[in-house]
Design a protein around this ligand. Structure first.
Ligand code: GDP
Length: 309
């Protein structure tokens, strides 16, 4: 059974760790978000691809939810001493990933090739594909004007009001090699609990990917990142509201309804189940908060079971 998973960062990392315990990692293909990629000190950073890669390689700093466990920040301190901006935290070992990625991209390699090389070298056993090798960047309109996602999220700590969100470059983008096939040929497609607007949105904005989700014969299931009317973490609520969506599992279902078969929602949201049915989405109610490894695996097992039924 081959499963393809659409993934953002922190929520996806936890879920995918559970999934690759529940089923062999070799049976999983991850399609990762590149909309919040950015350039820092001239280096190409792919925060979501790295979070997922580090998690699946067993080296993620789980307390922070990003970066490498036990990393030091000596380069960051040295950059600060040189008077450089250091609002984007980069650990010393993490920097090695960005140096390698940047070097190989500048030599003309594609992001997909480099992502594959990094995940193999670090020992992540499932295939990780960026959604696209093209330039797609999430931009957030705030009262201060348009900001890149990392400027909004990390530098401004997501405190600014959000007026709009766009995916710059998406119209001309193409899915990375293997992405459409991974959706078409999967036994099932799972949309991880990830920010619907800034993690899954940029993936869906690449022409051909939403179409592949509509066309696939595989069942498509999503896990709601919104629990009890608020995101478990991060700015998803503010961003969904800016797009006119209710901040609830129902809002997630509305956004995905064109191709979604099942939505996994938390026990505390079970009252929303009849409204999901009204959208043509089958509700699966279970505990979805992953506070430890046992809960990550339990959620993954519940999702796999729901796909089989
Ligand atoms: P960001 O942090 O919003 O930029 O986006 P990410 O896509 O990296 O993922 C965070 C998303 O995962 C948020 O929308 C969270 O609500 C969700 N999330 C994080 N942990 C959990 C969890 O344990 N359970 C569920 N259901 N969602 C989670």
């Amino acid at each position: 059974m081959h499963i393809t998973a659409l993934a953002g960062g922190t929520g996806a990392a936890k879920f995918l760790r559970g999934l690759t315990t529940a089923i062999p990692p070799e049976q999983v293909t991850v399609i990762g978000n590149t909309g919040d990629d950015t350039l820092i000190w001239g280096l190409h950073i792919s925060p979501d691809l790295d979070t997922v890669t580090y998690a699946l390689a067993g080296i993620l700093d789980e307390t922070k939810g990003w970066g490498v466990r036990g990393d030091s920040f000596r380069c960051l301190a040295a950059m600060a001493a040189l008077g450089r901006d250091t609002w984007f935290n980069l650990g010393d070992r993490d920097l090695a990933t960005h140096l390698l990625r940047t070097e190989r991209l500048r030599a003309g390699e594609s992001l997909s090739k480099v992502t594959e090389a990094i995940r193999r070298a670090l020992g992540a056993r499932c295939r990780i594909l960026p959604a696209t090798d093209s330039f797609v960047r999430t931009r957030v309109l705030t009262p201060q004007g348009w900001l890149g996602f990392q400027e909004f999220f990390v530098r401004e700590k997501a405190l600014l009001d959000v007026l709009d969100v766009i995916y710059d470059g998406a119209d001309e983008a193409r899915p990375a090699p293997g992405v459409v096939e991974a959706i078409a040929e999967a036994r099932a497609v799972i949309v991880c609990p990830s920010n619907p607007i800034t993690s899954i949105g940029p993936i869906l904005a690449v022409p051909g990917i939403a179409e592949a989700l509509t066309a696939t014969r595989a069942k498509v299931v999503a896990i709601s990142p919104i629990v009890g009317g608020a995101p478990v973490s991060g700015p998803a609520g503010k961003l969904m509201a800016a797009k006119g969506l209710p901040v609830s599992a129902l809002g997630v279902a509305q956004l995905y309804s064109a191709w979604l078969d099942l939505l996994v929602l938390d026990t505390r949201d079970q009252a929303l189940a009849p409204e999901l049915l009204g959208l043509g989405v089958r509700p699966v109610v279970t505990d979805t908060i992953m506070t430890d490894r046992r809960r990550e695996v339990a959620l993954a097992r519940a999702v796999v079971e729901a796909l089989g039924s």
